[in-house]
Design a protein around this ligand. Sequence first.
Ligand SMILES: NC(=O)c1ccc[n+]([C@@H]2O[C@H](COP(=O)([O-])OP(=O)(O)OC[C@H]3O[C@@H](n4cnc5c(N)ncnc54)[C@H](O)[C@@H]3O)[C@@H](O)[C@H]2O)c1
Length: 267
Amino acid sequence: MNTKRFENKVAIVTGASRGIGQGIALAFAREGAHVVSVDIGDQTETGTKAKALGAKFNSYTEDFGKLTQKGAADLIAKIIADAGRVDILVNNAGIIRRAPIVDHPEADWNALLQINLSAPFFLTQAVAKWWVTGGREQADRENGGRAPAPRLKVVNIASMLSFQGGIFVPGYTAAKSGIAGITKAFANELAKERCNFNAIAPGYVATENTRPLREDEKRAESILARIPEARWATPEDIAEPILFLASSAADYMNGTIMNVDGGWLAR
Ligand SMILES: NC(=O)c1ccc[n+]([C@@H]2O[C@H](COP(=O)([O-])OP(=O)(O)OC[C@H]3O[C@@H](n4cnc5c(N)ncnc54)[C@H](O)[C@@H]3O)[C@@H](O)[C@H]2O)c1
């Protein structure tokens, strides 16, 4: 009996070379998906681990700092040509730059908005366009009328800073607040096309992104003191709720920003 939830599904995960993205890619691999990784960095480790789990794995090297609308459309067209289709897009790749707000450099502001907001917007546009201009019909044909009907699933990675202002990270906050906004905007226009656009807002996860916080004894202590779960999240804590949003169990969820924060926002 087939018990893997994402057998025959193609899942694109951006920023899958390490951290949360690698956790997401491997969780999809474990559940039978064909994993398509897109990253600026070395994706060999993720690929080796995904294949060891029995998954198909393709990788594409892309710098989202330079990704244009056309570049995103070309990338998605290439992925679909290679993998045959796309069922899931997880916009996970992201950077963070810290500086006091009055000194926040223009270059950092621009990079944050480009990598954390424009790139996910262009990629989502490209997969949604493919879906409404023939992808859905193709998925229906390949599905052969079985229930549930195929849907396109986009899951964005938001942040606590989609809700809060943060300290020293105004560009990051702006981009992650923007991610929450476009998640809802895509849902409003396209939910009726059998697409789901949702986001996960992770709390504090132990990755490269948060290493400087964990190395700053005072910040680390004050962050930990506020987390009701009393520990930092692992990439695995974040991955499983993403699989839920990407699954048919969440077909009636659209435009949701789901907190996976160990209770941080409840405090
Ligand atoms: N760690 C946390 O506490 C936390 C909390 C909330 C949200 N997030 C978000 O989760 C996502 C993953 O972060 P992480 O914590 O795993 O960090 P990370 O730095 O370990 O991973 C980021 C990934 O994005 C890729 N990437 C960076 N710049 C890129 C570019 N220009 N083009 C293509 N790929 C690029 C990196 O190579 C890496 O694989 C990010 O969107 C981040 O903002 C993280």
